[in-house]
Design a binder for this molecule. Structure first.
Ligand SMILES: Nc1nc2c(c(=O)[nH]1)N[C@H]1C(S)=C(S)[C@@H](COP(=O)(O)O)O[C@H]1N2
Ligand SMILES: [Mo]
Length: 441
């Protein structure tokens, strides 16, 4: 039995069949993409930049994960289900002191600078992303799935990364957890994509000389020959921009973002870090450098940091309670050490205080494999942390009481804070109350 209304070409079924065969139109139609610049050569130039840049991002990202020493548990560990994905973990070193600063500065600055390149690469392959029919064969289905995963994960990584740098946590999951799992999806899809496409990239790059192409004017810019991947438009419009112009726009965008961000990681350039929420100048007093969480944002009572404050040390041989003046009468050491936040900003300052290992020795904890640090702050992921035995024993790990010759300000952790060389800034717990040697969360 046939329903006459449905079989007519203008009826519902006719229209559905038309869409199934020819696509919904708009971006799904190859003829919507008519830029003469789009083609395998331009895509491959962008791909080469991303191949190198993303490899550096992967390595610095995995190192940044290791730097948190997640095996110590507690708030160090935000990915309990990571299983085999953490196969590469090792105990993070304590020297050189700039290790995390350089690693994280590179990760964040490069990640920001690559945003225009990723967007340009997506633009350059847009007809492929909207290819119709979406699934033509099992092989095509696999290829499309890998593209869906690589595009989805890189967009998620870019958006969460940039929002995190801006201290904007407007999603329903922890940045650390989300960025970590998205990174592993990305790494797998990236490896598959590079494996599939590397020969095409090399062939396309060899198809014309970069230097010669950079001399071609807009007037002389024509589409590449039609390619098997259908990046080149079957019906290109005249060029309104040369390939040199297109690469200059992308490169200029990258360099512009870099120029407005690099100051967040390079102390003398700080006033230029216009895109960074913690990057700019705070004047020039001894305590005038970036504050992550201010004292006012915590729920610590001002009186708790006054004369009633005590440092409690717990270790195998018992408990010792110290006043601030007793700490000040111990051997004071000064160290120039960076604070390097996971958000990318960093600064180097001169800290004065007691070696953590001296405090450990007071309670027989010098050989313990961890110290559990508790702050006066109540609740939140920043109020407690665990440091490794390696960090406790490092000569330059301090319980700092002063910075740049004066008492710590309340915002920087008065009465006392931890400063660990080479570690993520978050390990430098402020407003310290208790140190439990051998303890963990
Ligand atoms: N108690 C406590 N300690 C803390 C934090 C915090 O929010 N609470 N922030 C951490 C983070 S994420 C960083 S980067 C550094 C920043 O130190 P600063 O604010 O003195 O520059 O402190 C760390 N110590
Ligand atoms: Mo941080």
């Amino acid at each position: 039995m046939t329903a006459t209304a449905d079989t007519s070409p203008t009826g519902l079924r006719g229209r559905v069949e038309h869409v199934v065969r020819h696509g919904p139109g708009g971006p799904f139609r190859e003829r919507s993409w008519r830029s003469p610049l789009r083609g395998p050569w331009l895509t491959s130039v962008l791909a080469l930049v991303l191949l190198v840049g993303l490899l550096v991002l992967i390595v610095t990202g995995l190192l940044s994960y290791a730097a948190y020493d997640p095996r110590l548990g507690g708030s160090n560990e935000q990915t309990p289900g990571r299983g085999a994905l953490a196969f590469f973990l090792f105990t993070w070193p304590t020297s050189p002191a700039w290790l995390y600063r350089v690693n994280q500065g590179t990760h964040v600055l490069l990640g920001i600078a690559l945003v225009p390149v990723v967007l340009a690469k997506l633009w350059s392959v847009a007809p492929k992303l909207f290819e119709w029919p979406p699934v033509a064969s099992p092989a095509k289905a696999l290829e499309r799935l890998s593209i869906l995963l690589i595009v989805g994960s890189i967009l998620l990584l870019m958006v969460t990364g940039v929002m995190n740098v801006q201290y904007d946590y407007a999603w329903g999951f922890s940045f650390y957890t989300g960025h970590f799992y998205a990174a592993w999806v990305f790494i797998a899809a990236f490896a598959a994509h590079v494996g599939l496409k590397l020969p095409v990239m090399v062939r396309s790059l060899r198809s014309r000389s970069f230097v010669a192409e950079m001399r071609v004017s807009t007037k002389d810019t024509v589409a590449e020959p039609r390619d098997a991947d259908h990046l080149v438009s079957p019906d290109p419009l005249p060029a309104t921009m040369s390939r040199r112009g297109a690469l200059a726009v992308v490169g200029g965008g990258s360099l512009g973002l870099l120029a407005l961000s690099v100051g967040q990681s390079v102390d003398p350039l700080r006033p230029t870090a216009l895109l960074s929420p913690r990057g700019q100048s705070y004047g020039d007093g001894p305590n005038d450098f970036q504050v992550n969480t201010t004292f006012g944002e915590t729920r610590i009572e001002p009186a708790e940091t006054g004369s009633a404050w005590r440092l409690t040390l717990v270790g195998p041989s018992g408990t010792v309670v110290l006043r601030r003046d007793e700490l000040l009468s111990m051997a004071m050491v000064s160290e120039e050490l960076p604070i390097a936040c996971v958000e990318g900003w960093s600064t180097s300052q001169r800290w004065t205080g007691v070696r953590l290992r001296e405090l450990a020795a007071l309670v027989g904890g010098a050989d313990e494999e961890s110290v559990f640090v508790e702050s006066l702050q109540k609740g939140g992921a920043f109020s407690t942390h665990t440091l490794s035995g390696r960090q406790v024993r490092a000569a330059r790990t301090l319980l700092a009481l002063k910075v740049n010759g004066v008492d710590l300000s309340l915002d920087h952790g008065f009465p006392a804070r931890i400063i660990v060389p080479a570690a993520p800034g978050v390990r430098n717990t402020k407003w310290v109350r208790t140190l439990v040697f051998g303890g963990s969360a």
